[in-house]
Design a binder for this molecule. Sequence first.
Ligand SMILES: [Zn+2]
Length: 482
Amino acid sequence: MHPFWIIILSMLGALILFMVIRTLMVRPKPICKTDYTPRDIDIQKVAAHLAGAVQIPTVSMKHNDMDGSVFLQYQKYLEKTYPLIAARAEKININQYAVLYFIRGRDESLLPAAILAHQDVVPAPEEGWEVPPFSGIIKDGYLYGRGSQDMKSQMIVALEGLELLLHEGREPRRSIYFCFGHDEELTGKEGALQISAYLEKRGVRLEYVIDEGGTILDGKIFGINNKIALIGTCEKGYADIRLEVEKPGGHAATPARRTSVGILAEAICEIEHNPKRTRWTLPVKQMIKSLAPHMKFVYRFIFVNRDVLSPLLKWVLSVVSPFTNGIVRTTMAATQTQGAHTPNTLPTKAYANINCRLNTGDTAEETRAYIQDLVGKKVKVSIEDGYRDPSPVSSIDGKAYGALERTIREVFPGYVVAPYPFIAASDAKYYYNLTDQVFRFTPFEKTEDDANRIHAENERQSVESLRQGTLFFLRLYENTCF
Ligand SMILES: [Zn+2]
């Protein structure tokens, strides 16, 4: 063999050896056992409480000056259902329908914890539902109804957990805020944003914030023979980017060679064929670091040697599932188009909306410029109002993350816990002004079928899942507030 090839092959051999040794050094950690014994939870009672909440149709209001009395009725229901919390809490309505319940702890030197949930739900036209959408009917082990998952279930178990501890006569050391906005499904600007501004104005600092989001997944996707519980440490930004093409209109019988719709269609194709590049952001690196020790050897080899195998791994993540694609890049999805109002007219203006979810480190303006570059000058590209750049990333080295991780391990024994970038949106993004410990976790296991029912027909929550949900919050309070 030519000496050149001998040198190349031995270098390659050395590299592979190095990569193997490096992989072996990341040892599969035994998941530590805890001595936590869960207590009995009366899940039928919790389900009945949730059914009552679902029966109050708190659909988000388009404007805050509409009649929101249903939200006040909903709050009355909560106070009746959780009398010990209601008796202790200082209640503050903000912007009329958002509500804060403040439960003072014994030790005022401790910063309060904040438990977030939104009262509002998306609309539910009856068509396609097996049961009336606001009936809260329980059948086949599921509680049906709009909001049963998103997110009255989380609000109910969060209250349930504290009510149970108060019922045992225990007194919290740390103060707790329940922060319940009423327009998360729209923007959160009338609810969560106002609550956080209210607290900031009063000089309140928080120990941590916990909101919906985060998820429990089958670990197979990462070569892990176990369930994984992901805690959202940040959330992606949001921008609707408008494409607009103007051309002289007229009768469709005498079209010009190029029409505004044709140019617009070409622009959309261009965007779909040129996704933004994938990047290793801090939250993704942290996620990989937490998951890698639990992966099968081949997966571990690839992830541990991320620097060497980067192009391959990024490609795999971007094609393996929409979820993994969403965590490694800014996504751009065409969601709306409009041309003429009648079929035989050439529109003067054609427009499309590109819904962009911005990865940590990207911005709306930079994404707009990227799209403008792709589609050229024939298309006007602008950012619609209401955009939001990505949130900061919460630290995973603080006490709050540690307590959250421990609580999940106790309540979901054997699960691998890891931080990750939350790819949807939540009210939590408005709370970074009060703490850098803002986390998202939804303590329910669900099937893919159940997850697909969120915002759709036949939304439902498994009654059995309310057990771990309640235990999760109860234990979180015990670990952090009692
Ligand atoms: Zn929600």
